[in-house]
Structure formats: C-alpha cells, structure tokens
Ligand binder design. Structure first.
Ligand code: NAP
Ligand code: G4F
Length: 349
C-alpha cells in the first residue's frame, strides 16, 4: 500500500484526488487548517469513523506557513508521494492580500520542499513531489496556445507566487535530485468548485434565479477567455505525473477556450433563461490587471502520461448547473417551510 500526503485536501482538487487515491488503495494523509467552523465538507463522504483501527484517510492539523509542523508530519508519516495543493487560490483576493498569498503559495512551497528533502534523508527513501502550478503564471500570454516552454508573465500576486513555487520545485529537482513534478493546470471546475470562482458563481446564481430565490447575477469582465476542464480529470493527471520514470513539467488543459459570457449562456440556456435579463456588470469584480485569454496545449501530457480530458466545457456547464439546481430546490423547500436561509447568501468575489 502506498502512502500519500496532501496539502489543500479540503479544497476542490484535494477532495477529488483523495477519492481517486483511496480507490487505488492508498493510505491518504491530509493537512487541515484549524478553523472556527468545520472545513471538511468536501471530504465527509470519504471520512470514516476515525476511532476505527487504521482508517485509510487520516487528517492532521497543520498549515503551509508552519514549516516545522510540516517537517514533523513528513518525518513521521514517511509518505511515498506528496501533493502540494494548498493555496490562497483566488486571484482577485490576492490583490487584497498579497503578503498572505505569498506566504502561503510561495514560502509555503519552500517550507514543504524543505520538509520533503529532510524527510527523504531521515527515511532513506525517495518521496515523489507534485507542485500545483497554474496557467495564471502565463498571465499576459506570450504565445497562443501556451506550452511547457511558453515564457511566464504573471499578472497578479497569486501568479507571481506560483512562478516562485514553480521554479523552486525545478530547483529542488536539479539541486537535490528530487523527483519533483510541476503540473501547469489550466482552470478546472466541478460541482465542488468554490462558490466565489466565476463558473460556480454563475451556476449557483442561475439555479437560484430559476427558482425565484435571486433576481440578478452581478459579474465583472465577461470577455475574459478560459480553457475550462473538469477537476476530476485534472487530479488524475497529477497522479500520472508521479508514476513516470522521470520528473517533468506538464501543461494540463483541454485545448479549447471560451469567454465567461459564453459560459453564462451555456448555463442559462440549460435553465431555459435569457442571461441578458439577469446579468449585471459590477466593477467591484474587475481586477487591477486581467488575464485576457488562456489556452493550453496538452500535447506532452497526452503523449507521455496518456492523459486526455473526458469532459467538454459544454458538459461541465450542464454537470454544474444540474447540481446547483438541486441545491436551489433544497433551499426553495426550506424557504417555503418558513426557514431563515439568509446565511446561504454569501459574500462573493
Ligand atoms: P481551493 O478549492 O481553493 O483549495 C485550496 C486548499 O488550500 C484548501 O484546502 C485550503 O484550506 C488550503 N489552504 C489555504 N491556505 C492554506 C494554508 N495556509 N496552509 C495549508 N492549506 C491551505 O483550490 P483548488 O481549486 O482545489 O486548487 C488546488 C491547487 O491547484 C491550488 O494550489 C491552486 O492554486 C491550484 N490551481 C487550481 C486551478 C483551478 O482551476 N482549480 C488551476 C491551477 C492551479 P481551507 O479549506 O481551510 O481553506
Ligand atoms: O473563476 P476565476 O476567479 O478564476 P481565475 O482568475 O482564472 O483563477 C482560477 O484559475 C487559475 C488557473 O488559470 C488558478 F490558478 C486559480 O487558482 C483559480 O482557480 O475568474 C475567471 C475569469 C477572470 O477573468 C475574471 O475576471 O472570470 C472573470 N470574472 C468575471 N466576473 C469573474 C467574475 N471572476 C470571479 N471570480 N467573479 C466574478 O464575478
């Protein structure tokens, strides 16, 4: 049985990766931040009674900014594979919190790579490392489509921090002969996507509008174009990277991009609604610098990893719209029964 160690296990990708690794027979250890409310919703269906002897999923309190805790965990767990998915992953928020973002995304990566280097020495075995890099590193794109060789031009504090993590991972590979891979993943979504990212914000709002729970959807730049895929496919690519003979960098993308406006149309058409009647522009959602278009070329991932996306953006939009219509129906039932659901109307970005 292999053992995996995951940061960011409570996030969208962490939950899909955990699901897939448990299905492959892995023992999975995840780092969870202490919060005043429960933050393990996406894992509840996987988390067995921790009082049972040796459950395959084990959660540990920790934080990427706490290097000594990470080193202690890696030393005691001695994992075969480490997946660094933890991040302040919201681009707009990174303009408000550039230092926090850099501490988690850039220095957090440094903390974890050091912990893995130390853990390899003390365990006397190789630990394979996956770094969650991002298409946001391409920013103001220098060529279309973007490949593993396209120069970076990040346009946000988040993008800059991801570039640091990317190069540091390569530096550890070259300096210490570590098996460290960089996955340059383009946008990937799912029904588990955080509700402040644009696709989920759209599918949540459209479901609520359909059932009379919300009147308008306020968005920012509708002209930005993204290469959107399904998160379940993308975590499979992460795992495949760590099963190769040699570590490398890989672009993971669908090779097709559409504007935010078109994603809105796909979702509202699913509900039989005209998006023009419901969508308003709110400049609060504009970014100081925008990434206008991202389009990935996943040729290397196809050739070397045998990886292919299984889900088109049209299928993804329907998958998310169907899921969020069910959530809206549950909310409608509560409202009709006279319950106060104001806590469901969350602040968004
Ligand atoms: P996500 O849903 O926002 O999850 C982020 C995870 O990081 C959460 O588990 C979060 O914990 C954790 N985290 C935040 N701050 C942390 C800290 N200080 N220490 C430890 N953990 C911390 O992100 P995702 O969509 O799953 O993305 C996974 C990774 O891929 C991220 O590194 C992201 O930047 C990168 N990425 C994502 C995409 C995409 O389109 N989804 C594309 C390219 C790259 P809480 O639950 O406690 O907040
Ligand atoms: O959904 P988004 O917030 O994702 P963004 O900025 O592309 O970042 C995501 O993908 C990156 C990979 O390229 C990841 F590294 C990162 O962690 C994250 O997962 O915004 C997508 C586009 C942007 O151009 C934004 O300006 O949608 C535009 N947009 C328009 N209105 C909006 C909104 N974005 C958000 N979040 N909220 C809006 O109301």
């Amino acid at each position: 049985m292999k053992t995996a160690f995951i940061t960011g296990i409570t996030g969208q990708d962490g939950s899909y990766l955990t699901e897939q690794l448990l299905a492959k027979g892995y023992e999975v250890h995840g780092v969870v931040r202490r919060a005043s409310t429960f933050n393990t919703d996406r894992l509840e269906h996987l988390y067995q009674d921790p009082h049972q002897p040796n459950p395959p999923l084990k959660l540990h309190y920790g934080d990427l900014t706490d290097g000594s805790r990470l080193a202690g965990l890696i030393r005691s767990i001695q994992p075969d594979e480490v997946y660094n998915l933890g991040a302040q992953s919201h681009v707009r928020v990174s303009f408000d919190q550039p230092i926090d973002t850099a501490n988690i995304v850039a220095l957090g990566t440094s903390n974890l790579l050091e912990a893995v280097r130390d853990g390899q020495q003390s365990a006397g075995k190789q630990i394979r490392y996956y770094q969650a890099c991002s298409s946001e590193m391409f920013g103001k794109v220098q060529e279309v489509p973007q490949t593993e060789r396209t120069p970076f031009y990040p346009r946000s504090p988040y993008g800059c921090a991801k570039v640091f993590g990317h190069w540091l991972t390569i530096n550890y590979r070259e300096s210490y002969d570590m098996f460290a891979c960089c996955g340059i993943l383009f946008n990937h979504e799912s029904p588990r996507r955080g509700e402040t990212f644009v696709t989920r914000k759209i599918t949540r709002a459209a479901g609520r509008i359909k059932l009379g729970l919300q009147e308008k959807l306020y968005l920012g730049n509708l002209d930005a174009q993204r290469d959107w895929g399904f998160a379940g496919d993308y975590v499979d690519a992460m795992w495949r990277m760590l099963q190769q003979d040699e570590p490398d960098n890989y672009v993971v993308a669908t090779g097709k991009m559409i504007p935010v406006r078109r994603f809105c149309e796909l979702v509202f058409e699913f509900h039989g609604l005209d998006p023009e009647q419901y969508i308003e522009i709110d400049p609060r959602y504009f970014r100081p610098t925008e990434v206008d278009e991202l389009l990935g070329d996943p040729t290397l991932a196809k050739q070397k990893l045998g990886w292919e996306p299984t889900t088109t953006v049209e299928q993804l939009a329907v998958m998310m719209a169907e899921h969020d219509l069910e959530l809206a129906k549950q909310e409608r039932t509560l409202v009709d029964a006279g319950h106060d659901v104001s806590s469901l109307n969350r602040h968004d970005q």
